[in-house]
Design a protein around this ligand. Structure first.
Ligand SMILES: CSC[C@H]1O[C@@H](n2cnc3c(O)ncnc32)[C@H](O)[C@@H]1O
Ligand code: ZN
Length: 446
């Protein structure tokens, strides 16, 4: 480009602060992001953009910080309709006595459609542009993500027992294969495999899931070492820790995401290191269900990629990743007994580039770099309770204000403008949510 070349762009975003995530730990001031089509074309000081770019649309964000869209790497989106339904219980009581019976009663295509839209509305409004889902009727979730234009890794469920989506492993795996074939290569939907947990999936279906992953390249996501009970129970029944059992089957590798990992001894750590498997940390769910504490600092020091997830709204109770980051940072410091264990900048990296790496999309997502997809958000820092601003990363993580997200674009398409969702009809959705809550409340009172 010569000094007098004028380049074309579709959108120019003028940001007071910009956190590109790559390079790490930096804040740019008075920079512009140029978007052409669905990609980032350039990031420049605003005065340089004045002389080198003409954009069709210019958006001035004088009190805002712009950063990559957040990546929520673990959840059960439609469980938003079960938010606050069964509180203050440990995992297995919560699942066996409340959640699984409710799922048996209510899960249908319509429930998944409405619950997932509720979750997408909350996630978009609080800065998430990519989410991972592990739930029933993944084909409904995929169509919704595609139609709204939100990116999603969607893991089809695999369990030993029947659910409203399948009669058992044979049906889950055959429907799952068709699901992968239908969506693989889609810009928005990454189909993946979701064996629920070591205590609900036996070796034979797991071996078939691993073969399907190797054949198609689809990632595997699984709840693993969520509680001390899970590990103790497995040791008693099988003589091995679940992580060792998974490694023995060949399930751990760079295409595998281990959700929770609150119980990690030296042998587990070595397996994660050797295989390149990713850890998905869900601090608020772990706290609410008293599941345990993931040693995030220890994992990161050992070179394990740790991304972040909210888990479902029924064990959280929200899908706001900014709140999750605050909890993650505070908890990591307490667990490591070290105030520097997880800095604000490192926490932001967990919700962006580490998440992209975990789902195998770091060449396109997770940082503001020319050539990557234009998935970005702006957070308004003008409110009195966010003043003064010395380091915007500090406010993003420690002030937990996901609702200050003012703008969001996915592939250059606006999803949130001045705090309003552009592609989900919220009043209409609220009517359907009310109808579900009436039915669930009535069933619960029986
Ligand atoms: C295979 S579909 C997902 C399945 O997982 C259940 N679930 C939700 N949260 C958790 C959790 O924290 N640990 C284990 N299982 C969980 C959900 O209700 C579905 O049945
Ligand atoms: Zn979960």
């Amino acid at each position: 480009m010569t000094a007098d070349t004028i380049n074309a762009a579709d959108i120019r975003i003028n940001a007071r602060w910009l956190i590109p995530i790559e390079p790490a730990n930096i804040v740019l001031e008075h920079h512009a992001v140029l978007v052409q089509g669905d990609r980032i074309a350039a990031i420049l000081p605003q005065k340089d953009a004045d002389s080198s770019y003409r954009a069709k649309e210019v958006i001035d964000l004088p009190c805002h910080v712009v950063l990559p869209g957040l990546i929520n790497t673990h959840g059960h989106a439609a469980m938003s309709l079960f938010r606050g339904m069964a509180d203050d219980l440990p995992l297995m009581t919560w699942l066996n006595d409340h959640i699984w019976p409710a799922e048996g009663e209510f899960i249908s295509e319509a429930f998944i459609g409405d619950g997932t839209q509720l979750a997408m509305a909350e996630m978009l409004r609080t800065g998430t542009t990519t989410f991972s889902d592990m739930y029933f009727f993944p084909e409904v979730v995929a169509q919704l993500a595609h139609d709204v234009g939100m990116r999603a890794q969607i893991c089809f469920p695999l369990l030993d027992f029947p659910t409203p989506w399948g009669s058992g492993p044979d049906e889950y795996l055959s429907k799952g294969r068709a699901f992968i074939e239908q969506w693989q290569g889609n810009a928005f939907v990454s189909p993946a495999i979701g064996p629920h947990a070591p205590y609900t999936v036996s070796d034979q279906p797991l071996t078939r899931a691993i073969a399907l992953s190797e054949e198609t390249g689809a990632a595997i996501q699984m709840h693993l070492h969520e509680t001390g009970f899970e590990v103790a129970d497995a040791l008693e029944k099988t003589g091995v820790r679940p992580t060792a059992r998974m490694a023995g089957l060949g399930l751990l590798g760079p295409n595998t995401q281990c959700v929770h990992m609150t119980q990690i001894d030296e042998s587990d750590l070595a397996l994660l290191q050797q295989t390149g498997a990713h850890v998905i940390h869900c601090p608020e769910s772990n706290l609410k269900l008293a599941s345990g504490l993931c040693p995030v600092h220890k994992l990161q020091e050992a070179g394990v990629n740790v991304a972040i997830g909210t888990d479902g709204a029924a064990s959280n109770n929200d899908l706001d990743l900014f709140g999750e980051l605050s909890t993650a940072a505070m908890l990591a410091k307490a667990v490591a007994d070290d105030a520097s264990a997880l800095s604000a900048h490192r926490a932001l990296a967990m919700a962006t580039i580490a998440g992209a790496r975990a789902i195998g999309r770091d060449s396109e997502l997770g940082s503001l770099v020319p050539g990557k997809l234009a998935d970005l958000i702006a957070v308004d820092l003008s409110d009195p309770f966010l003043q003064p601003v010395y380091d915007p990363a500090s406010h993003l993580v420690y002030s937990r204000h996901g609702r200050q997200v003012s703008h969001s674009w996915i592939g250059g398409v606006p999803q949130v403008q001045n705090g309003e969702l552009t592609r989900i009809d919220v009043p209409d959705l609220m009517l359907r949510v009310q109808s579900w809550s009436d039915r669930i409340r009535e069933q619960q009172s029986r």
